[in-house]
Design a protein around this ligand. Structure first.
Ligand code: AP5
Ligand code: MG
Length: 392
């Protein structure tokens, strides 16, 4: 989801830039100012309360604004993303927005602040007063709106700065010139807010083979925790030595080791469409951790593919591999293979259930030759990813 918020004092161009942005991206537009003006024109009880405050240049209480917002978000929960204009305007609203988006498994991609000098703001709003008939575009009310902005709204800046989501854009020049700056910011956000695929399946189901083929063809950064660990073993690092011991005893590697490696590998990615995670996450805890790591990068898990191969077939494949040069330290004995299979069966159900509930899970039949499975996977993945991608 691409979720953008426009921030800035009255007259900075939030509404103007929102309209331009909506021509380019298919986002659900939420302007609390417009929603309130609509409530006022329909003379609802909320509108009557809001009118008195707006005409004094004051903010409407958080409780009222939040109700309006929650409705809009819930009704449009399948949107490509949201564009917020004039929201959040208080620290409380910022916390509430974070919570509401989390419910949709999303977060704000960035907050774009339009930076304009106060003299210019007043000039614009008084000029607008001639064109539109906004009851709050009167000089003494405009000055009150600025005061509210300074005392209550500016606090929001630190909230988003500390989360690395705040970007300030120079807001003077023609609307088109400002939009070009806005576009540059969004383009860089879209690049990191990429698509990420998790590939799960029994040991021996062919995840590695297939994951690499797909990643190469579609420019994804492929991350296999199994391979990262094997690299450590090959390099003979301390971690590698520990991991080798664990493998040989059929004990799984600690989450901490895995997470550090994944985080390091993620930081190496450049210019890819997203990540393909193979063999990670394998537990619910790892799932939560991966979601957190991706959220910090303004992105999330787009799709989870379960490569479906019956257990017996997996056993056959693994025991065949154990006879070759490609044998892994954890393929060496039947006991080790059984141990891994058991570990997978007991832990993966919770992960599968979790992603199923989010509608992110697709099952792909993994039986057939490598090429057959690759073609099948390609078709399903490309189609499913298209559905999750915003229009650009
Ligand atoms: P709201 O409607 O959000 O008003 P605002 O924040 O005061 O901002 P404006 O809509 O006046 O300005 P804008 O930044 O959108 O600028 P615009 O593009 O129109 O809120 C109104 C009231 O509702 C609040 O005071 C509050 O009481 C209440 N409210 C709303 N949300 C709330 C919330 N979350 N919590 C509590 N209360 C809430 O541009 C202004 C003018 O400049 C236009 O005429 C435009 O054509 C022109 N212009 C734009 N860009 C340029 C440019 N680059 N060069 C020259 N002119 C330009
Ligand atoms: Mg506006």
């Amino acid at each position: 989801m691409l979720n953008i918020a426009f921030f800035g004092p009255p007259g900075s161009g939030k509404g103007t830039q929102s309209k331009l942005l909506l021509e380019k991206y298919e986002l659900e537009y939420i302007s609390t100012g417009e929603i309130l003006r609509d409530e006022i024109s329909r003379q609802t009880s909320l509108g009557i309360t809001a009118k008195a405050l707006i005409e004094k240049g004051q903010l409407v209480p958080d409780e009222l604004v939040v109700q309006l917002l929650e409705d809009k978000l819930t009704v449009n929960s399948d949107a490509n993303g949201f564009l917020f204009d004039g929201f959040p305007r208080t620290l409380v609203q910022a916390y509430i927005l974070e919570g509401l988006l989390l419910k949709l498994n999303a977060s704000l991609s960035c907050m774009i602040s339009l930076d304009v000098h106060q003299d210019e703001l007043i000039r614009r709003l008084l000029e607008r007063a001639f064109i539109q008939n906004r009851s709050d575009d009167v000089e003494h009310i405009i000055l009150e709106r600025f005061k509210e902005y300074e005392t209550k709204t500016l606090a929001v800046v630190e909230f988003y700065k500390s989360r690395g989501m705040y970007v300030s854009v120079h807001g003077t020049g023609t609307a088109k010139e400002v939009f070009e700056r806005v576009e540059n910011v969004i383009d860089s956000v879209v690049k990191v807010s990429s698509q990420n695929v998790v590939l799960i399946g029994r040991p021996g189901s062919g995840k590695g083979t297939q994951g690499e083929i797909f990643a190469q063809k579609h420019n994804f950064h492929y991350i296999s925790t199994g391979e990262l660990l094997l690299n450590e073993i090959a390099k003979g690092t301390d971690t590698g030595k520990d991991v080798k011991r664990l493998y040989e005893n059929g004990i799984s590697v600690e989450d901490e080791t895995i997470i550090k490696m994944v985080e390091m590998e993620m930081s190496q990615a450049h210019g890819n469409r997203g990540f393909i995670f193979k063999g990670f996450p394998r537990t619910l805890i790892q799932t939560y951790i991966l979601e957190g790591m991706l959220r910090r990068m303004n992105t999330s898990i787009s799709l989870v593919v379960y490569l479906d191969v019956p257990m017996l077939e997996c056993f056959k494949r693994l025991s065949r591999r154990s006879q070759t040069h490609d044998a892994r330290p954890y393929d060496k004995t039947t006991d080790l293979i059984i141990g891994r299979m058991e570990e997978f069966e007991t832990k993966i159900n919770a992960v599968v259930k979790y992603f199923k509930k989010q509608n992110k899970l697709v099952r792909v039949n993994g039986i057939g030759t490598t090429d057959e499975v690759a073609a099948r996977l390609d078709e399903i993945l490309v189609r499913s990813l298209k559905k999750t991608r915003r229009r650009d």
